[in-house]
Design a protein around this ligand. Structure first.
Ligand SMILES: Cc1cc2nc3c(=O)[nH]c(=O)nc-3n(C[C@H](O)[C@H](O)[C@H](O)COP(=O)(O)OP(=O)(O)OC[C@H]3O[C@@H](n4cnc5c(N)ncnc54)[C@H](O)[C@@H]3O)c2cc1C
Length: 473
């Protein structure tokens, strides 16, 4: 590789996100796979799912031969670009899990997610990864009457499912404003079960950790096809320059699932976009709060999310970018000036004193959404194929739970994790185009319009509520 080529690649990786821009030292891709290999477990994709799976396998049994095949570099995907909420949020609601699998299964899932937040912090610490993990909880403010009533409904539902004040509580206005000094706060919900972190530091650190533990990590190695095993034959992975034979192949490409043969309609890539401000002065934080680096949002329909970074910026994101026909994914979709401008406006609306602030970074990326909005993890022993994903934007912690669960499944360990309700879950496939495009973009439009109308009128939007119900929120 020429020096100019290496510099251009480094610039391309640094531009992926605020977090990538802060990666210390040069970003040099690891060697690609150029000859055939035989391993116990081949993992396709080196984001949090792939990396935690390798980590858990090797922690349980250092003798397992693990290879990771990554089309770009470890952490290139959503794992190096997200909002850094390491939360106990799971894509499907507790109420839905309780309805489909029983109250005990819902409680077990909730407990597992809450523990996972701790596990991520402890594992990062144990591996010497300084990913700026701070567990300050999440504050979600309510700024309109409909938002207050949705927040109260959420609390009532939590209580009915056995979640107490220690898990989710209502903050009256003064306490809410102390946590998040945003404009027009009427109250807030608060949960302690979330940490803010720097996701690229975690992903890059994990890549080094799994190598130290013996995994082989091949970068710039795009997988073109996965042949499932059957009748005693092992599965096979094909890359441009090699064939990988394995006992188990783990599909860990999440937002990119639709680009693998046979997976076109399994998960759609939905884009989430983010902005980051310049470092903000103490005078701002004295009023804005987030003293414990609480992650924050509000109770509008279209998701927004923010964190106070370790170096005193606001990193702020939201959904709302269009879904692209045919589940297309392109680097150019990571930046949509209209959506980035809307994010900036939303931030200034929350904190009017930021009207002149410099936005230093804009970025985005695809996350994976299953048709039924229910994340899943599983292993088909006959085919030798394992998978995890469909986290719908809640993958920072869930991918760790997935990695630990996949290790237990692959190593035949009968643990509580392999009995959780998302294990083996299969969603129906997405509709063919153009229905998919029409449906998803109509839902995005309705959600946005609903928020606008609630903001203007102060009355709840029936349209947005209907979309919420349709999506199983
Ligand atoms: C902007 C944004 C903000 C988000 N904010 C949050 C948040 O605050 N909290 C939260 O919990 N979740 C958040 N998410 C979601 C979260 O980041 C993801 O759920 C999580 O990172 C998924 O991890 P993963 O390893 O499954 O997938 P990814 O990190 O996307 O990794 C998949 C990897 O597979 C590689 N790959 C793709 N195709 C191939 C192929 N054919 N061969 C080999 N490799 C391939 C990709 O290059 C990529 O590195 C956010 C997502 C985005 C985009």
């Amino acid at each position: 590789m020429s020096e100019g080529g290496a510099a251009a690649d480094e610039a391309r990786y640094r531009a992926l996100s605020l977090w990538w821009d802060g990666v210390e030292g040069p970003i040099t891709p690891r060697p690609s796979l150029v000859g055939d290999i035989d391993v116990d477990v081949a993992i396709v994709g080196a984001g949090f799912t792939g990396l935690w799976t390798a980590h858990s396998l090797l922690a349980a049994d250092p003798g397992v031969r693990v290879a990771l095949l990554e089309s770009e570099v470890a952490g290139f995907g959503a794992s190096g670009r997200n909002g850094g909420w390491c939360s106990a949020l799971f894509a499907a609601s507790d109420a839905r899990i309780a309805a489909e699998h029983g109250a005990q299964a819902a409680r077990a899932m909730r407990r597992a997610m809450q523990e996972t937040v701790e596990v991520v912090g402890a594992s990062a610490r144990a591996e010497g990864i300084d990913c700026r993990f701070t567990k300050g909880g999440t504050v979600v403010v309510a700024r309109t009457t409909p938002q207050v009533s949705r927040a109260k409904d959420e609390l009532a539902e939590a209580r009915s499912l056995g979640l107490g004040e220690e898990d989710l509580r209502w903050l009256e206005r003064p306490e809410a404003e102390e946590r998040l000094g945003a404009e027009g706060v009427l109250g807030a919900t608060f949960t302690p079960h979330c940490a803010a972190l720097d996701p690229a530091r975690l992903a890059r650190g994990l890549a080094e950790a799994v190598e130290r533990r013996g995994a082989a990590l091949y970068e710039r190695t795009p997988v073109r096809a996965i042949a499932t095993g059957r009748r005693g034959r092992r599965p096979v992975v094909r890359t441009p320059e090699a064939t990988v034979h394995a006992d188990v192949v783990v599909r860990a490409v999440e937002g990119w699932a639709s680009s693998l043969p046979g997976q076109r309609r399994s998960l759609v890539p939905l884009y989430s976009l983010m902005v980051a401000t310049e470092p903000l002065p103490e005078s701002f934080w004295a009023h804005a709060g987030l003293a414990h680096r609480e992650t924050f949002s509000d109770h509008r329909h279209l998701i927004i999310y923010g964190q106070r970074t370790a170096d005193g910026r606001l990193a702020f994101g939201g959904r709302g970018a269009p879904y692209h026909f045919g589940s297309a994914i392109k680097g150019g979709f990571d930046r949509v000036p209209r959506v980035h401008a809307a994010l900036r406006d939303a931030l200034v609306e929350l904190f009017p004193e930021l009207s002149g602030v410099a936005i230093t970074h804009t970025w985005g990326g695809p996350l994976g959404v299953p048709r039924d909005w229910f994340s899943s993890v599983g292993l088909d022993r006959d085919q030798g194929i394992a998978w995890a994903g469909g986290y719908v934007g809640d993958g920072v912690s869930t991918a760790n739970l997935a990695g630990r669960t996949l290790a237990d499944l692959i190593l035949h360990r009968d643990t509580e994790l392999v009995r959780l309700p998302w294990v083996g879950h299969r969603s129906r496939r997405w509709e063919p185009e153009p229905l998919r495009w029409l449906g998803i973009n109509a839902a995005l439009w309705a959600t946005r319009a609903g928020d606008r109308s609630e903001h203007r009128s102060g009355r709840p939007s029936r349209l947005a509520a209907q979309v919420d119900r349709l999506l199983g929120h």
